[in-house]
Design a protein around this ligand. Structure first.
Ligand SMILES: [Zn+2]
Length: 412
């Protein structure tokens, strides 16, 4: 056995025992009773957990400790159905702060840093859990959450914010508004921007870095497992996995009856297991996010961890509009090549579920009304689907919301 993996295997055996205390893994997704003997054995014997399994277990089916030990819950609602809940004990929050703190230390956060969250502090774990991690490093957090754009700018200027966290598209809006107010976006105290919560391209990253004269890092996580568990280092060649804390597999599900471990550099779905969580650990959770496994590597930054690529898309991204299959991410890339004002995070496809007779709509930020017709024609040529196109001002994407989904389902 590869000794490098010994501790991972030990942790997996412990977490299987812990998970088996919940109704979810006792009955719905039974786990092996005997210790697993290798990572292959783990992959053979431990079932995948789907988002639907966690929904079915809502509200308490995933709980593995007595309710009196829980001190916080986070949920993700998704677009439909019951939410998914993740519980945390005091120890879970201490552990998560310590582990995710490693990512923040890599982003240059220390006790002199001032970190502003331009993300919702609602039930979603991203802002709160990362805040605890940052505070464990002694840094000063500005929990701005969702406020009008001018308030963010005032907070940045008044408190000398060094690090800011938001979805990538938000930074275009921030830049736009700073210029309107006569503020040079390159001359503020900001040194580092964390762009998270959405897939974005290297071109978007470079553009944001140039607009603000900052460095932009990607940071990945999800409520079901934990926020902030994969992060970039200054070399920005893939995401480091906090692999003492979570176990990551990349699985090829192209034959759903016979999933296989994706070959190195082959695209597959990221599957995550908690390695250390008391309250509601999940095992082999199918994230739906597509990545390549870069393996355990000695990075130029000095860390030796498992690395994965940045998120390359969603496993379930293909949508059906009037019977035509469409990958919205690919369509956005095609549109961006022609219409340079359509940024990641600033385009939305509005569709209706289970309906044939309706006109889908593309909402996008364009230069002018003339481009509405051009975009409509372009998309029709590209997809053979007639869309309505609506030009949306840049403010639309960031007013009273965290982020705009690329695909928006409406009932009417
Ligand atoms: Zn590195």
């Amino acid at each position: 056995m590869n000794t490098e993996y010994t501790s991972t295997l030990d942790k997996l055996n412990l977490i299987i025992k812990q998970a088996a205390k919940s109704p979810l893994y006792k009955t719905q997704l039974p786990l092996p009773r005997k210790s697993i003997v290798s990572l292959d054995d783990f992959a053979r014997k431990v079932p995948f957990t789907l988002k639907q399994d966690l929904r079915d277990a809502y509200p308490y089916g995933g709980l593995t400790v007595s309710k009196s030990k829980v001190i916080e819950i986070h949920t993700s609602s998704g677009t439909s159905g019951r939410p998914v809940g993740s519980f945390l004990t005091k120890r879970d929050i201490e552990k998560s702060s310590m582990e995710i703190g490693k990512a923040w230390a890599t982003f240059g956060v220390d006790e002199d840093s001032v970190v502003l969250f331009a993300m919702s502090y609602g039930l979603y774990s991203g802002a709160a859990i990362n805040t605890y991690a940052i505070q464990s490093l002694g840094a000063f957090v500005v929990p701005a959450s969702i406020v009008p754009i001018d308030k963010y700018i005032d907070l940045i200027l008044d408190y000398g914010v060094t690090h800011i966290v938001a979805v990538p598209g938000f930074y275009y809006y921030l830049h736009h508004r700073m210029l309107e107010r006569g503020i040079d976006p390159k001359s503020t105290s900001l040194s580092t921007m964390i762009a998270a919560g959405e897939t974005y391209s290297e071109a978007t990253r470079s553009e944001i870095e140039a607009m603000f004269n900052t460095t932009v890092y990607d940071h990945y996580g999800l409520v079901e497992v934990n926020t902030g568990i994969c992060y970039e280092c200054p070399f920005k060649n893939g995401l480091h996995v906090l692999d003492d804390y979570v176990y990551a597999e990349v699985i090829n599900f192209s034959d759903p009856a016979n999933p296989t471990i994706a070959k190195p550099c082959e695209l597959g779905e990221l599957v995550l297991s908690n390695l250390d969580k008391e309250a509601s650990p999940v095992l082999r959770y199918r994230t739906g996010d597509m990545v390549t496994n870069l393996g355990v590597v000695s990075c130029e930054c000095g860390r030796t961890t498992q690395k994965i690529s940045r998120i390359m898309g969603r496993a379930d991204s293909v949508i059906s509009i009037k019977g035509v299959k469409l990958d919205p991410y690919a369509l956005r890339v095609d549109i961006q090549k022609q219409f340079n004002t359509v940024k990641d995070g600033m385009m939305s496809i509005r569709v209706q579920r289970n309906r044939i007779h309706y006109t889908p709509v593309i909402l996008a930020t364009l230069n002018n009304a003339e481009h509405v017709d051009q975009l409509r024609d372009f998309v029709y040529r590209a997809t053979s689907i007639k869309f309505d196109v609506q030009h949306m001002p840049i403010e639309y994407w960031f007013t009273n919301k965290n982020k705009a989904p690329l695909v928006e389902y409406v009932e009417e």
